[in-house]
Design a protein around this ligand. Sequence first.
Ligand SMILES: Cc1ncc(COP(=O)(O)O)c(C=O)c1O
Length: 468
Amino acid sequence: MVYYESLFREMLKGQQLRRPAMKKNEPAFFQRLEQAMDTHREKIRLNVLKPRWDDDVLDLTTSDFLSLSRTGRIREAFLAELARCGDFRLSASGSRVQYGNYEYIVEVEHEIAAFHGADTAWICHSGFYANIGILEAIALPGDAIVFDEFSHASTGVGMKVSLAAHKLSFAHNSPDSLRDVLTSLKKLDSGFTTGEKSILICVESLYSMEGDLCPLKELVAVAKEVFPNGSAQFIVDEAHSNGVIGPNGSGLVQLLGLEKEIAIRVHMCSKALGSTGGVILCNQTVRSALAQYSRCLTYSGAPSVPMVASIRAGYQLLASGQTQKEQNHIQEMVRYFFDSLLDDPIWQEAVDEGLISVPLAEDHEARSVVSHVVPIKVKPGHDFSLFVHLAMANMNAYPMAYPVVPKGTALVRMLFHAHNTKEEVDSIIAAVGEWVEEMLAIERGESKNVLPSAMRKFHALQTANGWS
Ligand SMILES: Cc1ncc(COP(=O)(O)O)c(C=O)c1O
């Protein structure tokens, strides 16, 4: 079975209603859960665990941005690092505030902090936990959390466990909106001005759906303007910029030289680094507060030696400049993609007719750095059709719809990697172009079909295999 068939089979199987097929005597607990998921299945697609694909499928999906995982480079570096660890104990056998604070993890944290120009680094199990642990610990009772409306789910979960009294969003990447929210807090409670209360501002260096960079300098200036006493501080999630943006892949904060302005940075090792885990960069005050107040980070066994060794292996590749070629190649591929689509008459016709849009392509020459996360925006509903078309052309780029992206919007997200080639970019342009031509003909009433060919084939497969 070709990859797209196994993918479709799993996706469709996951959408079959389960509650009506359950026996009456099955425990009410499971019936209730299936009922809840059936409601979801009927309204929108239910998430399913997808089969893994081979390297011959054109990769527009994985987080292996620097290709360190696919090429085996991170595995080699990890095994060499592990060999240097000698007779290590596999388990940390305790949390960081107990037995788990072993010498090797502390040493690697010192190295990572130095690489990032930070006072300290804290390695934890994942970036998701890092974000939860920070918001759990650092916002004190009465404080406020102000977050970009497109913040990651981990920030949302962190806010649920946080003691902050106010949780307010500002419009995506908008300094003006941030100013409005901060000013409203200033009026609401004089404690923010006197320094009795603090504000944590959560942003991401590069947004995982929009693909745009954070205007961090402007946002920092706004926070200083409204609260010159420093009661408003930033948490910058560098999940998508780690390894890909900034000097030696050190991230956006370092690209902009804002190390001293940002209280907390979070780097994720599960993406470009090809490893796993999260790293919290902060000063000693924040580190002590994490140790004191974050149950998420301290009521949990510390990361093991192999995990820390894999993180060190990745960081050594970055620090030694061995990923610079890959970092440059990604920039080149994205710019080639933008130039190609801007030169393609079919794409431009589709943009003019409102069928698709790629806002990041516009004026990309004026930007010194481009993002490797490129959304192709489409009308809601068309995301799935474009995804199916690309999958049948052996390309994997996932569709994103509400609630992952705001209501009334949809996109197909393309993630570019060091292993993507110009020939692959040409084939993406051609494949999207074919879909666009069919869709334009349908929308103009010039086609006898109501669905594009890929969707017709999709439904035929569904019927022939009884997948629905
Ligand atoms: C913006 C952002 N923050 C946090 C995370 C979670 O990181 P991790 O995979 O290390 O748990 C992700 C991963 O998808 C992310 O995209």
